[in-house]
Write a protein that binds this ligand. Sequence first.
Ligand code: ADE
Length: 340
Amino acid sequence: MSIEFVTNPHQKEEDKTLDLTLRPGSFGDYIGQETLKQNLQILIQAAKHRQESIEHVLLHGSPGLGKTTLAHIIAKELGANIRVTSGPAIDRAGDLAAILTNLEEGDILFIDEIHRLNKIIEETLYPAMEDFALDLVAGKGAAARTLRLELPKFTIIGATTRMSLISAPLRDRFGAHYKLQFYTDQEISQVVHRSAKILAMQIDEESSSEIARRSRRTPRIANRLLKRVRDYAQVHNGGKVNLEMSKAALELLAIDDLGLDEVDRKLLLTIIEKFDGGPVGLQTLAAATAEEEDTLEEIHEPFLMQIGFLARTPRGRVTTPSAYRHLGLPIPASQNLLAI
Ligand code: ADE
C-alpha cells in the first residue's frame, strides 16, 4: 500500500468491507450534514404522506463524504429496494435497458459517478426519468422504428463529485439537488469514536481528535486512518491506542498535523517556488507536479481551498499567506495583499 492511498478519498477495495461495517444505517446514526439530513427527511416524509415516490435526487460532493451511505439510508427510510450501479459501469444502451426494465414500482436506482455516463446512455435516460418510458430503436435505416416501453415509477439517486461535468438537461431532470459539505473536526471526531466502538477498540479523546484533525474533514479517510493507527498500536503497544501511538502512526504515513499529504505539499510548494505563489493554470500545474489534472482538481484543490491554503482566481490558482505559514516559509510582500 502506498502512502498516497491512505489520504486518497476515493473508495478502494479495502474500504468496501470497512464501509459496510461502519456505514450508518439511519439518519439517527449518521453524523454531520445536518441541513441536508433535515431536507431529505422532509422530502421523504412528504412523499410518504402523499404515497408517491420521491423526486429524482442529485447528491454532489467530494469523494468519501457519504453520498452512497445517504442513498442507502433514503431507500431504507422509504422501505424501498435499492439497485446500485455507476456511470462507467453502464456501457451500452442495452445495459441501461436491462437495469430499468428490472426495476419495480418505488425502487431506487443509485447511479454513482453519474457525470461519467456517456451521451447515448444519458439521452436514453431522459424519457425514463421524465415519463417513465424507455424508447427502444428496432431495426436500421429507413425501416427503423421506435418502440416505447412503459417503466414502473422509480427514483434515481445520482451522485457526482464533479457537478460541472453534468450536462444541463440531465441536471434539470433531478427535482432535488443537495451538496454535501466537508465535516467539522468535531464531527469527524464523533465518527472516529463511533467507528472505534464498532471495531471494539478503546480510544481516548486526545487520540480521536488527533485522527480527526488529520482526516481532511472526510469520514472515509478518518476510518482508514483509525485502522492504520490500530495496526500501529497493535505492533508497538499491545493494541492500546493513545496519543503517542496515533501521532507516530500518522507521521509514518507522512500525513502532517493538518492532514496534508505529500501531494498537497508538493502542489503548494510548486506554486510557491516555481510560480511565485501564482496565479498558475491547472494544466501547467499538473505538468509541473507530474500529477493528473483530475486528481488535483477533484481531491487536492477542494481540501486546500477549504482550509484556506489555495484560492482559485480567474487567472489561475494562487497560494495564500496561511500556506506559507504552514510550510514554514517567509511570506513575500506581494502575498500580504492576498489576505484570504
Ligand atoms: N461513517 C462514515 N461516515 C459516517 C457518518 N457521516 N456518520 C457516522 N458514521 C460514519
